[in-house]
Design a protein around this ligand. Structure first.
Ligand SMILES: *[C@@H]1O[C@H](CO)[C@@H](O)[C@H](O)[C@H]1NC(C)=O
Ligand SMILES: *[C@@H]1O[C@H](CO)[C@@H](O)[C@H](O)[C@H]1NC(C)=O
Ligand SMILES: *[C@@H]1O[C@H](CO)[C@@H](O)[C@H](O)[C@H]1NC(C)=O
Ligand SMILES: *[C@@H]1O[C@H](CO)[C@@H](O)[C@H](O)[C@H]1NC(C)=O
Ligand SMILES: *[C@@H]1O[C@H](CO)[C@@H](O)[C@H](O)[C@H]1NC(C)=O
Length: 346
């Protein structure tokens, strides 16, 4: 009897052991290469206002015990590094959340899909091209200098690329857009980029937001922009763009927001803008546009905000139902009628 009971107990123990082995193998632990890469990354960080890196203990599993790290449960590979935000919300207005240099070991996280290093201080991604699984890359709000590395063109799966609010300069390599077929959001604003927008931008057929404002881009808007049929936001303001606004812009039916202010655009306001039935904001202020304001643009039902001030527009402001303020039209010496003073009868 006693032996039976002991056997029974051993069976139960074996069962527990077996199921715990099974449990370990289904929730597989952190991949060793990824763990090493994260520890190397941590070792180069000098200051972390979020305090999250304290949880990155070499003795624990990076997938289950480390803050800001997300793994694929099946493979144990790290797929996401969440942004390091200050633990004290009062610190949100400080510009630097984390500082240090960025370890090249980060390139070993080859399954990484999301990387948000906004508000880091002064670093550069040595070999971002290795992170070929990335769908999201933000390196915004740093003090990055230099130009965009051409190896970024290897990031075929990227949907969001955000290096905004830095001090990056130089031109945009044409090769960058050749392969980024999945890109939806391109945020290059508030840098020091110069030169033309490569016509290869037409390859970005999934692009929804194009924000290039506050740089020193010049030249004309490439005609290939007509291929960006998913575009809903076009921010090109505060640059040195010139030439005419392409009339084909009227075929980009998803456009909600257009801001082309403070550039050197010439010619007329295209009539075709009146075909954008979802247009919400149209800002063309402070350019060198001439001719009259197309009536169909001013009467777009969706339009809540228009600004064509500080141009060389002329003629009678077409009758319209919305009560746009006079400030939307001021600074055009030849323009008259409501909400500006009436036209002088000649
Ligand atoms: C991984 O497992 C955790 C805990 O069981 C679960 O919350 C999470 O959604 C899983 N993640 C994925 C990507 O399957
Ligand atoms: C990082 O930030 C801390 C705290 O603001 C500062 O004391 C330190 O000098 C900074 N290090 C570098 C390299 O900027
Ligand atoms: C990890 O990255 C470092 C630095 O780039 C490199 O020297 C090392 O060979 C990489 N390790 C693996 C396993 O790829
Ligand atoms: C443009 O960016 C610079 C710094 O990059 C900033 O000082 C300036 O205020 C910005 N201008 C606008 C109009 O946002
Ligand atoms: C358009 O750009 C101008 C100039 O930077 C800015 O003042 C304005 O707020 C922007 N308007 C919209 C609606 O984005």
């Amino acid at each position: 009897m006693k032996t039976f009971k002991q056997n029974y107990l051993i069976h139960i123990l074996l069962l527990i052991l077996a199921s715990s082995i099974l449990f370990i193998s289904t929730t597989s632990a952190c991949n060793a290469i990824d763990k090493e890469a994260l520890l190397e990354f941590k070792s180069k960080i000098e200051y972390d206002s979020s305090g999250q890196l304290k949880t990155w203990d070499p003795k624990t599993d990076c997938c289950t015990s480390w803050n800001n790290v997300k793994c694929d449960n099946k493979t144990g590979r790290v797929v996401k590094l969440s942004p390091f935000r200050p633990s004290n919300p009062m610190d949100l207005d400080i510009s630097i959340f984390v500082n240090g240099t960025l370890s090249p070991f980060l390139g070993n996280l080859t399954s990484l899909q999301e990387l948000d290093l906004a508000h880091f201080q002064q670093y550069y991604l040595d070999s971002p091209g290795q992170l070929s699984q990335l769908t999201y890359l933000s390196i915004a709000q740093n003090i990055l200098t230099g130009s965009i590395p051409t190896s970024l063109a290897n990031l075929h799966k990227l949907q969001t690329f955000n290096p905004s609010y830095n001090r990056l300069s130089g031109t945009i390599p044409s090769s960058l857009f050749q392969s980024m077929k999945s890109l939806k959001n391109l945020y290059l604003q508030q840098n020091k980029f110069t030169g033309l927008i490569p016509s290869s931008i037409g390859k970005l057929v999934s692009l929804e937001s194009l924000e290039l404002n506050n740089n020193s881009f010049s030249g004309e808007i490439p005609s290939s922009i007509v291929k960006l049929v998913s575009l809903d936001t076009l921010y090109l303001h505060d640059n040195s763009f010139s030439g005419e606004i392409p009339t084909t812009i009227g075929t980009l039916k998803k456009l909600n927001y257009i801001n082309l202010s403070s550039n050197k655009f010439t010619g007329k306001i295209p009539n075709s803008l009146g075909q954008l039935s979802k247009l919400y904001v149209l800002n063309l202020e402070n350019n060198k546009l001439s001719g009259s304001i197309p009536a169909n643009v001013l009467n777009l039902k969706s339009l809540v905000n228009i600004d064509v001030s500080m141009n060389q527009l002329s003629g009678k402001i077409p009758p319209h139902k919305s009560d746009f303020p006079a400030s939307s039209f001021m600074g055009n010496p030849g323009l008259c009628d409501a909400p500006l003073p009436p036209c002088k009868s000649s």
